[in-house]
Design a protein around this ligand. Structure first.
Ligand code: 4AD
Ligand code: MG
Length: 459
């Protein structure tokens, strides 16, 4: 059984010979001795291997290339060199998989833009090693959080017939021949398609999640979502992961309380479970990151009405590319100004105009706003979007009519308001935005293993 480098470094010297495997980060020879830094993905630090000329294959070891796979057996000893506590005095070095000097990761530092073109290799760099370890830990933290709160985990479908957010960003799923589809009245005839109707990839599991909340009380989903929105920004991906909790017998304030508790938990979890990786991000990606994340873990999040946010933006005297006016949606520049300049920390904006929000949000008594909330955080802007849902059947049907949304395809959703309807609320957290926020990375393409964005789906 191989041991992971993280474990060896934590265990320290004085133990029997140990054996481990990994990939070469660097090789150098000095005074007839060969030094190899090996990394196995378990920790940002590699381990230095010291190979003496007495080794049988010493010549081959000295010529081993960056990127090669090795299995090494030896004894951990205190390192005389600075910057590392331990090194491994090698007894056996087996070259498992060679790498020649065409291996692209020869240099220490490459731009993130370049590394995106080699997504198949970038997990072998320090930054992406740290990042995907953090991502993995956070995914597990999410399940832990909800499990501790007794939420039921629901797998909502990926292929759906509806567009939950109503923004028309559905990727089509079809088995019709694109070059020669059956035609009815001048249109492709989807009744002859695989599902005998138009279908697409889900943009959100919320509507199905609501049905389960009305049976289990508290539920959450965590899965991939797809949006064919043609926005080429650093915060939008065409395929991203979303966490969507939904609570029955809950209102907008309860929703914000849960979101706040959740984000604080995730901040604490990252600091506790990924200390070395967080130190790495603090040093190389965003100075002061740990301080910031620790601050959020302890902060009370500000809550501000949408109307107040608009007034304060207008009064700020700042100049924005997009207009600021009651009734208009907040753009990223506005969101960031609110959370970074006006508040200086995470901020809930509550009760948005109904005309810029989805049909399912609960209509407020003022007749013009809905019980919506967005959580805005520095650097990222919107990280969470949620709302209390319209539980009153007549109001919901009226709103759908106003928006021209057909009732018939949503008969099952409307049924949930027909029998045993109750106030309920939920939100969606974009998982990649969370990882950006906690790592300091600036581009969503760099926090997902293989990003899908407009005109980009190579591998
Ligand atoms: O605000 P959104 O569109 O809300 C919903 O989908 C609701 N159904 C959620 C709910 O109430 N259950 O999306 C929720 C979050 C956003 O705040 C953002 O973090 C993320 O999902 N998100 C994206 N992340 C990456 N790329 C995109 N294209 C995203 N669109 C939304
Ligand atoms: Mg939103």
């Amino acid at each position: 059984m191989r041991i992971r480098i993280k474990e060896i470094l934590e265990r320290g010297a004085g133990s029997a010979p140990c054996s481990f495997s990994g990939w070469v980060r660097s090789v150098r020879s000095s005074k007839g001795i060969c030094f190899i830094v090996l990394n196995d993905g378990s920790t940002v630090d590699g381990i230095q291997i010291v190979a003496e000329p007495s080794l049988l294959n010493f010549g081959d070891i000295c010529r081993v290339g960056t990127g090669a796979a090795l299995t090494v057996t030896g004894t951990l000893v205190e390192s005389p060199a600075s910057g590392q506590k331990w090194e491994l005095a090698a007894d056996v070095v087996e070259i498992v998989g060679a790498a020649d000097d065409s291996y692209p990761l020869q240099k220490k530092r490459h731009s993130f833009e370049y590394l995106r073109t080699i997504s198949h290799l970038r997990p072998r760099t320090n930054t992406f090693g740290a990042l995907f370890r953090l991502r993995s830990q956070l995914a597990q933290a999410i399940h832990r959080f909800f499990s501790e709160q007794n939420f039921v985990y629901v797998h909502t479908p990926i292929i759906t017939a509806g567009d939950c957010e109503g923004a028309g960003e559905l990727f089509r799923v079809t088995t019709l021949d694109a070059a020669d589809p059956p035609i009815l009245d001048g249109q492709p005839d989807f009744s002859q398609d695989f599902f005998a109707q138009k279908t697409g990839l889900t943009v959100s599991g919320q509507l199905e999640g609501e049905l389960f909340a009305l049976a289990f009380g508290d539920i959450y989903t965590f899965g991939p979502t797809f949006r064919a929105e043609n926005s080429n920004t650093a915060r939008h991906a065409s395929e991203f992961w979303m966490i969507e909790p939904e609570m029955a017998f809950a209102n907008l304030a309860d929703d914000a309380d849960l979101a706040e508790k959740f984000i604080r938990y995730l901040c604490r979890f990252a600091l506790e479970k990924c200390p070395d990786d967080m130190v790495f991000f603090d040093k190389h990606i965003e100075n002061g990151l740990i301080e910031r994340v620790r601050g959020v873990a302890e902060a009370d999040f500000t809550r501000m009405e949408y109307s107040e946010a608009i007034e304060r933006l207008q009064r700020s005297g700042a100049s924005f590319a997009y207009p600021v006016e009651w009734g208009l949606d907040l753009q990223t520049e506005h969101e960031r100004y609110i959370t970074e300049q006006i508040v200086g920390g995470p901020t809930f904006v509550l009760n948005y105009p109904k005309d810029i929000k989805a049909f399912y949000m609960r209509q407020n008594d003022d007749g013009r706003s809905v019980a919506a909330m967005d959580l805005l955080v520095p650097k990222v802007g919107e990280i969470i979007g949620g709302s209390q849902r319209e539980e009153r059947l007549d109001r919901l049907e009226l709103r759908m009519t106003e928006l021209g949304i057909a009732r018939e395809p949503l008969w099952w959703y409307l049924d949930s308001r027909r029998w045993g309807s109750c106030p309920h609320a939920g939100f969606g957290l974009g998982f990649e935005r969370l990882v950006m926020y906690l790592s300091g990375m600036d581009n969503i393409r760099d926090v997902i293993p293989f990003s899908r964005t407009p005109r980009h789906c190579e591998f």
